[in-house]
Design a protein around this ligand. Sequence first.
Ligand SMILES: [Fe+2]
Length: 158
Amino acid sequence: MKTLNDLPSNSRSAAAERLNAHLAGALDLALCVKQAHWNIRGAGFIALHEMLDGLRASLDGEIDTIAERIAQLGFPAHGTLQAIQQTTSFDPYPLEEVDISKHLAALAQRYAALGGAVRRDIANLDEMGDPASADILTGTARVLDKGLWFLEAHLSPA
Ligand SMILES: [Fe+2]
């Protein structure tokens, strides 16, 4: 799409491709968080049920920021279920699981994986000449690291 943004077109397209990859991961993770929010059972239910809504809200903020950045770069944000499925690197989330610890472990593994992938692309986007997108991913990494901390603090006292 046309834009007067003066970033070189190859920088814009490379950045949009990386951002779309992380958009798919974050959308997948957002769905997993709600899957846990709805289905966990056991002691500590209400604290975790409510904590998971907070994690989802934080993810939703990042998702919107990333998608709108892709549009600002002159490319379509790929936010459909089919696009997520083609792009996400996560394994399918367990549908029948209700155990709180298993949900927390499944979410922690995904927060860590996406956090690492996002963090590795911060420097890449800087090198592509798009520090504003790198800054967005820096914020996303911060949100993912905080979510991982919340999950791990519930999973293990040490
Ligand atoms: Fe709810």
